[in-house]
Write a protein that binds this ligand. Structure first.
Ligand code: AMP
Ligand code: ZN
Length: 494
């Protein structure tokens, strides 16, 4: 079953084949965060989308090399560094660390490489020198080095591969120094920006004089260094098509003479309560804002994954509450399957009553169809419904439950929802931590909580029910519910 993806370059859904002659390895670059503030929920939609692409490629058997840069020097950052009277590294370090923390909270697989622009200045300069040597870049009177669109087109190259641009209306000879500009101002853009007083301490020496790189050249230099002059997939939010990605193509192909990227994938934007996010509208959320409202990273991830990546997604707090209930349905079903499966882990391959193979096939089929996530969720919830029916009939054998869990693990390798924080102790009389690791239902439980649960089991055995109740309350105050079940004691994170 071939994986098909919408390629912005050809404006069509195409079968994905990597450049690797063995058809095994796939190189993927996603434009990373500009670390000048906490990433907002819109940014997260794009990074969760990138994670979905990577996981789908891995699910399909590709050996993926995932690179995501950290933009730690550009116009907005320099402005903020100046306002905060901070140093560049001090300022960006804080937001970079927060970003990487949030990435984990959202269950995203860590990119194999996370290059920082400031650590690739030599590669950036070398790339600009190549463009200057080929006559495609020039130093202007202001000391900055610009990319010449006219010269580039003159070499038989085509500017505007992702967007249809009317270059005849282009104001030839005009230059744009800032990193972000509108389509109407297609113009020669800055590769190296000569040092100005506002840059403060943020500058590097170069053959063109002291200065700093433009944003677009950073991604060309880092992606080429990490994945080679031609690679398979390049991702980002739709707003990056122009000018960022157009400029990346022009710089890279202008310098190497080779096709830069085979597949360009763009994720549509996220709106909040039907509007563009803005601080003044009060609809601007970072992940931390949502965690503070009592939602979990899994719930946010689930919601972000409910819409197709090429459709604008309307994020609402009601939608997030809906995500909480939907996830709870899945978790409850899994919890019951785990109770039946116990410590067994060998699937019963002879009988697959839930027809896990066919569910898996349908799930894979949906994903391979340009990441048709609604169809994939449809398969997941059909599977939950059928499993619940069998559970209600009490007709599932241990082997069947293990098979069902194995099928879920495979689907979850793409969905990345991890496990709910539910544990079931091996027996009601359980005292001590040794059984925790042996039981497959166990997920990470903080030491302090585990010790309290142990103590409760011990005091109950000693018939000190007052203390047992007090521990239950203490656990609740710490965010954990403890339940006695026929199988043992269940701990659940609230
Ligand atoms: P930035 O940190 O501004 O460079 O953006 C990081 C990523 O988030 C880029 O790929 C942007 O295209 C993407 N992005 C920005 N705003 C939104 C939004 N509202 N919805 C989805 N993606 C977004
Ligand atoms: Zn980029």
């Amino acid at each position: 079953m071939a994986l098909k993806l919408f390629n912005t370059l050809t404006r069509s859904v195409q079968e994905f084949t990597p450049l690797d002659p063995a058809g095994k390895k796939a190189g993927m670059y996603c434009c990373g965060p500009t670390v000048y503030d906490f990433a907002h929920i819109g940014n997260w939609r794009t990074f969760v989308f990138a994670d979905l692409v990577r996981r789908t490629l891995e699910f399909s058997g590709y050996e993926v090399r995932h690179v995501m840069n950290i933009t730690d020097v550009e116009d907005k950052i320099i402005r903020r560094v100046r306002e905060n009277k901070s140093t560049l590294r001090e300022f960006t370090g804080k937001y970079e660390a927060a970003f990487l923390d949030d990435l984990k909270t959202l269950g995203c697989r860590e990119p194999h490489q996370k290059p920082r622009a400031t650590e690739y200045i030599a590669e950036i300069i070398a790339l600009i020198e190549k463009l200057v040597a080929r006559g495609i870049a020039y130093q202007a009177n202001d000391g900055s080095v610009y990319f010449s669109i006219t010269k580039y087109q003159g070499c038989g190259c085509h500017y505007g591969q992702l967007l249809k641009l009317n270059l005849d209306e282009m104001r030839t000879g005009e230059r744009v120094a800032s990193d972000e500009y509108e389509k109407e101002s297609v113009a020669d853009f800055a590769l190296w920006k000569a040092r100005v007083p506002d840059d403060g301490d943020v500058f590097w020496p170069s053959p063109f004089g002291d200065g700093r790189p433009g944003w677009h050249i950073e991604c060309s230099a880092m992606s080429i260094k990490a994945l080679g002059e031609s690679f398979d997939l390049h991702l980002g939010g739709e707003d990056l098509k122009f000018p960022h990605h157009e400029d990346e193509i022009a710089q890279s192909e202008g310098a190497t003479g080779k096709p830069f990227v085979k597949f360009w994938l763009h994720g549509a934007h996220l709106l909040v309560e039907g509007k563009k996010m803005s601080k003044s509208l009060g609809n601007f959320f970072t992940l931390r804002d949502l965690l503070a409202k009592g939602f979990t990273g899994r719930e946010v991830r689930y919601l972000l994954l409910t819409a197709h990546y090429r459709e604008t997604f309307n994020f609402t707090l009601d939608g997030l509450s809906g995500a909480k209930s939907a996830l709870a349905r899945i978790d409850e079903c899994l919890g019951k399957l785990r109770e039946i499966a116990g410590e067994n882990s060998t699937p019963n391959n002879e009988s697959l009553p839930l027809n896990d193979n066919s569910h898996l096939k349908l799930f894979a089929y949906a994903l391979h169809d340009d990441l048709n996530i609604s169809a994939a969720w449809g398969v997941v919830f059909d599977w939950v419904r059928e499993t619940n029916k069998r559970l209600a009939e009490n007709s599932l054998s241990v082997g069947e439950a293990v098979s069902a869990l194995a099928a879920w693990e495979k689907m979850n390798s793409v969905l990345g929802l991890g496990n709910a924080n539910i544990i079931i102790f091996a027996s009601a009389n359980f005292v001590g931590g040794s059984n925790l690791t042996a039981n497959p239902t166990v997920v990470s439980v903080p030491e302090e909580i585990r010790l309290l649960a142990d103590e409760r089991a011990a005091v109950k055995k000693a018939k000190d029910f007052q203390r047992a109740d007090a521990i239950r309350e203490e656990l609740k105050a710490k965010g954990w519910v403890i339940e006695d079940t026929p199988k043992g004691v269940k701990l659940k994170k609230i």
